[in-house]
Design a protein. Structure first.
Length: 274
């Protein structure tokens, strides 16, 4: 039996086991996929124990994507570009290969729902591993990104990591109301919706034509998207589509075959797997 798992804290909300079960059923692959709660200061021990006991691949969610990057022996180009990883695989030489499928998964979903185009002006809320993992594919696609975060210093660190890339800048969260920049797409990459709160950000960024996207997903509207609607947004989406797309790229890394994500997304919604 091939064994895979997702590691995070919190992890109870994760729908990755359901998605990977749907992938496996679709492609007639026998595997075991579970979710594993990791104490904040014990990631390395938990993930190493998993691989030493037969684990072949792992998905990594908040807040461990940078830690996962640091334990890798090898990295894909996407992993190198991002500086954080959400997917691990044990190679035939027993080395840990790290990949980041978040950015490509998000971009594919944004294209699917027509929330993005080549010169989109994006406000990215958040400067943690989730934000870092999606930046490169978006600027590579041709978008301009403005990063804001509760802690300005973290925004500075993120900008420094991507300092050889154009079309990326930072703004203090308290200065957003003063700049009067018109954004085409606003992405919430913070963990606020997991906690049931919203980022402390000015409502001046919201208008009827802006696309609002929350990386978090839920069976009901997320707090961030509810806030966006209240302040006049008309076009919103949570991160379920991204979740399925990034999972498909992880599945491909492990098995060498790509699931049909359109069918899985439809099945997920039809059967209300939340």
């Amino acid at each position: 039996m091939k064994i895979f798992a997702i590691f995070g804290n919190p992890i109870k909300h994760s729908k990755s086991p359901i998605i990977h079960k749907l992938f496996a059923n679709q492609l007639n692959i026998v595997q075991q996929y579970e979710k594993i709660y990791v104490p904040i200061n014990n990631f390395n021990n938990v993930i190493n124990h998993f691989f030493k006991n037969g684990g072949l691949g792992a998905n990594i969610t908040v807040p461990f994507k940078k830690m996962a990057y640091n334990i890798c022996d090898l990295l894909t180009q996407r992993g190198i570009n991002s500086g954080v990883v959400n997917t691990l695989k044990i190679t035939k030489k027993n080395q840990i290969l790290g990949d980041n499928t978040d950015g490509i998964g998000l971009l594919k979903d944004l294209k699917r729902i027509n929330f993005i185009y080549k010169n989109s002006n994006i406000l990215l809320i958040g400067a943690g591993g989730a934000a870092q993992g999606i930046i490169y594919p978006l600027i590579n696609f041709g978008c301009t990104i403005m990063i804001t975060n509760r802690t300005y210093k973290k925004s500075c660190h993120l900008l420094k990591y991507f300092n050889n890339k154009k079309n990326i800048n930072i703004i203090k969260i308290e200065d957003i109301n003063n700049k009067k920049i018109n954004y085409d797409l606003i992405i919430n990459a913070t963990s606020s919706s997991i906690k049931g709160v919203i980022p402390n950000i000015s409502s001046s960024i919201i208008h009827s034509n802006v696309f609002c996207y929350d990386l978090f997903y839920s069976n009901k509207i997320t707090p961030f998207l509810d806030w966006c609607l209240y302040h006049g947004a008309k076009k919103i989406s949570d991160g379920l589509g991204m979740l399925i797309e990034q999972a498909a790229y992880s599945f491909f890394l492990w098995h060498g075959i790509m699931p049909n994500t359109t069918l899985i997304l439809k099945k997920f919604k039809t059967n209300n797997y939340f």
